[in-house]
Design a protein around this ligand. Structure first.
Ligand code: CMC
Length: 427
């Protein structure tokens, strides 16, 4: 592969070009500062490849998303979430024996330590479940001190991976029960991953609970669609926290915090709140489109636009279709689905959105499905975290296996030059 030449003050410097398996090219500037004294400036890392990764291929121009080479369309249509989790984390789809061992290992670890209930009880009941989830995940380090040193052994790392996958639904459901002020439910290992989560969320001591297969299958699809998405904000956070050799639990807890914001995973909650307020305001989508275009107005069309997808988000296409199917199957008539469709159509025909290549993203329709299957709005981003867990784990594991250096970007300093200290009374 040809090198790239950079000329600084008439002096030529050569840098290698690296190419990925899908012919993506990057200039390797890892020796830039050593050779030239310069650094690059790239706020938001819009052009910075932070790693070479074999997990996910994403082509934003063509709307392609593949986990380990398998298309998202095929996985969402045919796979089971745990199968996809195995694929993402370990690199290959499991055969029957591997799948059943993986599933059984997870079932062994679904309970959480009883003392976690004491931690949960310490939160006010109006605590946002994302904050609770992040704190509970970090608290796992206290119950499993061997996990603190990720260099301890491959066996310990594997155990942490299994424990995380097993306990995440329990912690997520418990964070909801805390908000609801209801007693928590213990895991039911007779159920599959999604069914067990739904039961822990929705069962109450006074009523029998049976898992609705339509709801279980919709959840399975949503989790697959969220399972991995290469170097986004939360995944980069997980990698960078892990790069200091911090434990897997604390790295994932940091990822949950990064996901929480409305520009990232928190958008699914923000979308529903936006659609609700449009409905309450009479359903005038044009008014909100105008607000989104007005640079003086901080309002943005939530669920629209993406850092990487500039044509369409393949996940959004699958989810839009699934939303129609799920609502029809459950006999739910949600007026905000109509508002969402009206808004999408208007935006897709509006030059502001067309010129900026702003399309509905994964979060635009996912909240409508969550609502239809009974998940409360405050829990939407927790659902995203539940789905994204395998991706975070896989990226943390890959970063460790590649022996990547600690993440530590540079900056260009714009503050004062050296000045002398002045005593307080003289200032
Ligand atoms: N509504 C109105 N204008 C928008 C929107 C929007 N949702 N998104 C981007 N723009 C405009 C933005 O104002 C800018 O315009 P101009 O060029 O005139 O300054 C242009 O489009 C480019 O936007 P940007 O903010 O520079 O793009 P970015 O890559 O930094 O941000 C984004 C990407 C997803 C943060 C942004 O599109 C956004 O805020 N969307 C709404 C929040 C959202 O839905 N987030 C979920 C993302 S998908 C789930 C996930 O993986 O996290």
């Amino acid at each position: 592969m040809a090198n790239v030449e950079l000329i600084i003050d008439g002096e030529r410097h050569e840098f290698p070009v690296v190419e990925g398996t899908e012919k993506e090219k990057a200039i390797d500037i890892s020796k830039l500062r050593a050779k030239t004294g310069y650094v690059t400036l790239d706020p938001g890392y819009k052009n910075t490849g932070a790693t070479m990764s074999a997990i996910t291929f994403l082509n934003g121009e063509e709307g392609i998303l593949r986990y380990r080479g398998y298309s998202i369309e095929e996985l969402a249509d045919r796979a089971d979430f745990l199968e996809v989790a195995y694929l993402v984390i370990f690199g290959e789809l499991p055969n029957e024996a591997q799948y059943s061992e993986f599933k059984n290992d997870i079932k062994v670890h679904t309970l959480v330590h009883e003392e976690i209930k004491n931690i949960l009880d310490g939160f006010p009941s109006n605590a946002h479940p994302m904050g609770v989830l992040s704190a509970l995940l970090s608290s796992l380090t206290a119950f499993y001190p061997n996990s603190l040193d990720p260099n301890r052994s491959a066996h310990e790392v594997h155990l942490s991976i299994i424990r995380l996958l097993a306990k995440m639904p329990t912690l997520a459901a418990w964070s909801y029960k805390n908000e609801k002020g209801q007693p928590v439910n213990y895991p039911d290992n007779g159920l599959d991953y999604c069914g067990n989560f739904l039961k822990m969320m929705f069962a109450v001591p006074t009523e029998p609970y049976t898992v609705n297969p339509v709801v279980e299958s919709a959840l399975n699809k949503l989790l697959i669609l969220h399972a991995e998405h290469e170097q986004n904000c939360s995944t980069s956070t997980v990698r960078i926290v892990g790069s200091s050799q911090s434990s897997l639990y604390s790295s994932i807890s940091a990822g949950v915090s990064a996901l929480w914001g409305p520009l990232h995973g928190g958008a699914n909650q923000a979308v529903i709140e936006m659609l609700e307020s449009i409905r309450r305001d009479g359903g005038d989508t044009e008014k909100y489109l105008a607000k989104a275009k007005d640079k003086e107005d901080p309002f943005r069309l939530m669920g629209f636009g993406h850092r990487v997808y500039k044509n369409f988000d393949p996940r959004a296409r699958i989810i839009k279709k699934a939303a129609d199917d799920v609502l029809e199957n459950l006999g739910v008539d949600d007026p905000i689905l109509e508002i969402a469709k009206k808004l999408e159509e208007a935006a897709l025909n509006d030059p502001y959105f067309v010129e900026r290549k702003l399309y509905p993203n994964v979060d635009f329709y996912s909240g409508i499905i969550y609502r239809a299957i009974g998940i409360p709005t405050q829990m939407f981003t927790v659902m995203f975290a539940l789905g994204r867990l395998p991706g975070w784990i896989a990226q943390w594991k890959e970063m460790r296996e590649n022996n990547e250096p600690i993440g530590r970007p540079r900056q260009i300093y714009t503050g004062h030059n050296l000045r002398s200290f002045v005593e307080r009374g003289d200032r």
